[in-house]
Write a protein that binds this ligand. Structure first.
Ligand code: PLP
Length: 314
């Protein structure tokens, strides 16, 4: 990906990607002491508009992650929303995008800690199509790696260093011929995918691990529960056994990058008949319409980029 022409927000100003540098000894790089968000923007060719999805929800979560890591984001959530719209407009994107806000410990010295270390904040947007191929069913495995436990480092915070846990699981799955992994918690209950929450459908009800199961409290997870409720489908949040995955009628992942991805098999056991189930389809199609501003019921999730901005240049 050619990043040189992208405008980012770093060190309190808009600049070219190449102009924003971090030093080799930066704490965030050496110790994984940072946190981040992943936000999607969807381009509507007919409206010539770029819709940013669930901005407030993502920035609320970033604030929580930062607090856990003793960091202070130098902007309110409203300011972060305005900055992100401004940044998207400056880039004049006419494609689907992914936006990566991040805050990290910026000291360049030796000595791991959270206290008395200055922070640096940046927002980096990039053109982005699909993260997972969700047009076909995903073949997933249960990872031999366990999800990090809250008593070690809290998974409800989107902490950069915690993603080594996801990377180990994802690469193990791919090199063993699967598309994705599901990680169990240390106590053997289902947690989540490497970068997705997981949902089961059984007897017409939705089931997903509750937030105490070492999961990230996904924005898409919440959105899907809201869509399900609008169709009268109840979601039960509780601890989920591995065997329940094998017994499920339908299984799917949710995530900002991944969208809604249906799972065709777990540990080589076919889910349902291996095709996308009716509830997954109903929720997934509604979500797709919602994020592309085709369903007024969910338009409050979206922030238009160009309607509120003149196209600025850097
Ligand atoms: C570990 C993990 N779980 C779940 C999710 C899904 O969260 P969201 O729907 O907010 O993208 C993500 C993606 O950010 C993730 O990295």
């Amino acid at each position: 990906m050619d990043l040189s022409s992208i405008t980012v927000y770093a060190n309190g100003k808009f600049c070219r990607y190449d102009e924003a540098k971090v030093g080799l000894l930066t704490h965030g790089l050496q110790y994984g002491t940072g946190c981040f968000e992943g936000i999607r923007g969807y381009w509507s060719p007919s409206e010539r508009e770029l819709y940013l999805v669930l901005l407030r929800e993502h920035y609320d979560r970033l604030k929580t992650s930062a607090k856990i890591l003793m960091m202070n984001i130098p902007h309110s959530v409203d300011e972060l929303i305005d900055l992100t719209v401004e940044l998207s407009a400056r880039n004049r994107f006419e494609t689907d995008i992914y936006i990566r806000p991040c805050i990290f410990k910026a000291a360049e010295d030796i000595g791991v800690r959270l206290h008395n270390v200055p922070d640096a904040f940046a927002i980096i947007p990039v053109p982005f199509a699909n993260y997972l191929d969700t047009s076909k069913g995903l073949n997933v495995c249960i990872s031999s790696w366990r999800r990090a436990d809250d008593s070690m480092a809290p998974p409800r915070a989107k902490i950069t260093g915690l993603y080594v846990n996801s990377a180990l699981a994802k690469s193990e799955a791919i090199t063993n011929g699967y598309d994705e992994a599901i990680l169990l918690s240390h106590d053997g209950h289902v947690a989540e995918g490497s970068a997705e929450n997981v949902f089961l459908v059984r007897h017409g009800k939705l089931l997903t691990p509750d937030p105490s199961q070492n999961v990230l409290e996904g924005c898409t997870r919440r959105a899907i529960m809201d869509i399900a409720a609008s169709f009268g489908v109840e979601t039960i949040e509780r601890s989920v056994d591995r065997g329940e995955l094998y017994a499920a009628d339908e299984l799917f992942f949710t995530g900002t990058a991944a969208g809604i991805g249906y799972i065709a098999s777990v540990d080589r056991r076919i889910v349902g008949d291996g095709t996308m189930g009716p509830i997954t389809r109903m929720l997934g199609e509604t979500y797709q319409r919602a994020i592309r501003n085709q369903d007024p019921l969910w338009s409050h999730w979206l922030t238009a980029t160009y309607a509120s901005k003149t196209k600025a240049t850097v």
